[in-house]
Design a protein around this ligand. Structure first.
Ligand code: HDE
Length: 755
């Protein structure tokens, strides 16, 4: 990947707000101004957004740059008003006939406040309801210019973007770390109109034809009678559908792999899935698949960790994204394309490019980088931006066109349609986050929530009353012209190409490309999910399907379910593995990682200060864990405590440094905190710390210790010469070694795989 300094890229951003550069501090401050203890009594202007935040850029509802500062479109003034701007003197008491009531119907303020509140919610997305987003900038490398005339891909062209990541199945309030596919939708505000790349973190899909989308979603969503389970695929209707509908096998296998439980949005690949068509200035067409490659590599949680996280911090992924941006560890992805000649059969190396259940291995068609995206600002308002953003795969710019992938074709209808009920009418493109940064002259008129004030009397063509305006453009004036793809003379059918019948060969390719550790995780995921199914017939059916992927996979899952292994329907091929599909075995940057530092009361903190500074300078986040909150050594160079023994849990840390062996704290007893197990406390170390270390060890995380820290490790039975455990006399070299371990994400050689 091309080296770019993310902080510098952000500072250069043409749309950077007038805020200070993000500091190297512990992120998560709720407001830009620390609150006083006493309630403020002097009126003042609303506090500004935090330096890491910005809203949508200020364009008019019809795409014209307004030049209005963002603070001018936020609420202003220092006094409470009605929505009509009339000042209010009280908002704590309704208007009553005397202090004991009854309340009076004429209380406009009461009615306005409650009525607005009653309508604060809009329907959540039918899928991808839970999401988190960020603003950023995309910079083209110019490397695509030979095959694509889209101006935003030109060398050095910088385009504002808004990216929304999401889970698919859960409701808006569900947990982030469930096993699921993740959405990865990017809105490019280009100079030629909005381009949306609405992809996922998994490169294939469950179905080959849009007409089945309601079926897969109905099967995967909670059961319609009891509405359980929330945000899970581990239930009967999901496995009933995918086992009867074998084209879902490949995507299901990806979901059961580590890809289904990402460590962070920042550490996910993104895929356009479908084959798209790029068209160059000469009108020549190239078929492509889009890939986002994260600078930090692709990493996952382990399943137990994901489950614990769902309870301990259901907002784990959105917090991680916002904190990283706030801390200046700006997430980056390189956009790349695999390119294929646009042949008559639209097939490459025997793979049907119109079948969205198939990938093209990167070893056969390398991903060529065409630009770099940096996310540099958090939204300033969740509802206005993340909730109201409306993506649509049909938002295309000249040079980018669709193919006849039957799944994509259906999506081209669905996304416009869904916004009408979700966003309350046809004018959702006028919402600030959806506005194009190019002038709009569309002849669409009126409708709910129309905020443009149109002029003229002739929104039709041809006309003479408005001087014939608007005129259409030709290709030389930047018009979008569909690629004139020749269509064969054919008959209408409800059918698919015969190549769509192969449902297993690429699932097998994926399985064979996994390392033994990753295979263990897949076996565990299938075994877990199927053991949660109530119906034996469904489990048996899935085991039968697994035999068509791999005998070992089938045998291990069957054994875990107490079932006999099944036989494949036909002899299995052995395709060459695709190493690019595996997540393990490489080294990656560690920006934005979180390191916990355990301290004991009264211990020497010089080593802690050294590592805390070094962690911040490396772009990571140090969180000090102590018996109680507050600061230590307040007289000298104070060390602030971010987590207490009661609030800390291993899931939040990528690595843990142990600077001391803290004795049981005053709240370390089961009646106060069930984690404070009296039995363990006998080892002389607070049992919450022992739990923290055991969990981190079990989840493959690097552990480092100096001073008395090694005693804490030994108290819990973790030998200091175990893989991924670093003990030493000095803090700094211990941290250095832990950082190296973090570059590999986890210490997998701690565990011996059986397959
Ligand atoms: Fe979507 N999808 N989808 N989808 N999808 C929606 O649009 C749909 C599919 C994806 O952050 C909805 O605005 C159909 C594939 C993402 O706002 C809806 C079909 C891929 C997001 C819809 C698909 C996606 C959506 C729900 C089969 C990966 C979230 C609300 C033909 C390439 C975007 C909305 C965001 C959202 C329909 C299949 C990705 C209902 C009919 C394949 C990332 O319109």
């Amino acid at each position: 990947m091309t080296e770019t300094n993310p902080a510098a890229a952000a500072a250069e951003h043409p749309d950077a707000q007038d805020s200070a550069a993000p500091g190297r501090e512990i992120p998560g401050a709720p407001s830009s101004v620390p609150p006083p203890v006493a309630e403020p009594v002097e009126p003042g202007a609303p506090v500004p957004p935090k330096p890491d935040q910005r809203g949508p850029q200020t364009y008019s509802p019809t795409g014209q740059k307004t030049g209005i500062a963002q603070k001018e479109v936020a609420q202003g003034g220092d006094r409470l008003t009605t929505a009509q701007g009339t000042r209010l003197y009280d908002t704590d008491h309704s208007l009553k006939a005397g202090p004991r009531g009854p309340s009076l119907l004429q209380d406009h303020h009461l009615r306005e406040k409650i009525t607005h509140f009653d309508h604060e919610r809009i329907p959540e997305r039918a899928v991808h309801a839970r999401g988190a987003a960020a603003h950023g900038v995309f910079q083209g490398y110019g490397t695509a210019s030979g095959i694509c005339k889209a101006a935003f891909l030109g060398e050095g062209v910088r385009t504002p973007v808004f990216v929304r990541f999401s889970t698919v199945l859960g409701s808006r309030g569900s947990a982030d770390t469930v096993r699921d596919t993740r959405g990865f939708a990017t809105k490019f505000y280009t100079d030629q109109g909005v381009f949306d790349l609405v992809g996922n973190n998994i490169p294939v899909f469950f179905i080959q034809d849009a007409v089945k989308f309601p079926d897969i979603v109905h099967a995967a969503k909670p059961h319609p009678d009891r509405e359980i389970p929330q945000a899970q695929s581990a239930h009967d209707t999901f496995w009933d559908f995918v086992s009867l509908h074998t084209e879902a096998t490949h995507h299901t296998l990806w979901n059961m792999s580590d890809r289904g439980i990402p460590r962070s949005f920042r550490m996910m690949e993104g895929f356009g899935i479908h084959t798209f068509r790029l068209v160059n200035a000469e009108g020549a067409s190239t078929l492509v698949k889009f890939h986002w490659k994260p600078r930090l590599g692709v990493h996952s949680q382990v399943w137990e960790e994901a489950q614990l996280t769902a309870g301990m911090d259901p907002d784990f992924h959105r917090r991680d994204l916002a904190d990283a941006i706030e801390a200046g560890a700006l997430p980056q992805w390189e956009l790349g394309v695999q390119t294929f000649p646009d042949t008559e059969d639209q097939t490459f190396a025997g793979i049907d490019l119109l079948d969205p259940t198939k990938i093209v291995p990167e070893e056969l068609a390398p991903v060529k980088p065409i630009g770099l995206m940096t996310l540099d600002k958090n939204p300033s308002n969740y509802f206005a931006e993340t909730e109201q953003v409306a993506f649509h795969p049909g938002n295309l710019v000249p040079g980018i066109d669709v193919t006849n992938d039957p799944l994509l074709q259906g999506r081209l209808f669905s996304y416009l349609d869904t916004q009408i009920s979700r966003l309350g009418g046809p004018n959702f493109p006028q919402l600030p986050i959806n506005r194009t940064h190019t002038p709009v002259n569309d002849m669409l008129r009126d409708g709910m929530h129309q905020t443009a004030v149109h002029r003229g009397v002739a929104p039709y063509r041809p006309n003479s009353l408005d001087g014939g305006c608007p005129f259409t453009a030709g290709a030389d004036a930047g018009a979008y012209i569909e690629f004139p793809e020749p269509l064969a003379a054919t008959a209408k059918v409800r059918d698919a190409a015969a190549t769509f019948d192969d449902h297993f060969s690429q699932a097998r390719l994926f399985w064979l490309s996994m390392t033994p550790t990753e295979r263990e995780h897949i076996i565990a995921a299938y075994t877990f999910e199927l053991a949660k199914c109530r119906e034996p017939a469904i489990r048996e059916r899935v085991v039968g399907t697994l035999a068509n992927i791999d005998g070992e996979l089938c045998g291990q899952v069957a054994a875990g379910l107490g079932l006999p292994a099944a036989r494949p329907a036909a002899a299995l091929d052995d395709p060459d593995p695709s190493p690019a599909l595996s997540q393990l075995g490489r080294r990656w940057p560690v920006d934005g990682r979180t390191i916990g530092i355990v301290i004991a009361e009264g211990q020497d903190l010089s080593g802690v200060r050294t590592v805390r500074q070094a962690i911040l300078e490396a772009g990571m986040v140090p969180l000090v864990i102590a018996a109680r909150a507050g600061t230590r050594d307040a007289d000298g160079d104070p060390v602030a405590v971010q987590r207490t023994f009661a609030t800390a849990r291993s899931i939040e840390f990528d690595a843990i440094l142990v600077a001391g062996a803290p004795a049981p704290a005053s709240d370390a007893y089961g009646a106060r905190d069930a984690k404070a197990d009296d039995e363990l406390a006998r080892a002389g170390v607070d049992s919450r710390i022992l739990l923290l270390l055991t969990e981190a060890y079990r989840h493959g995380k690097a552990l480092g210790a100096w001073a008395d820290g090694a005693d804490a490790l030994e108290a819990v039975g973790i030998a200091t010469d175990s893989p991924g455990v670093v003990a030493g006399d000095q803090a700094a070299p211990v941290l250095e070694r832990v950082k190296e371990l973090l570059g590999g994400h986890r210490v997998w050689d701690r565990f011996t795989p059986s397959v």
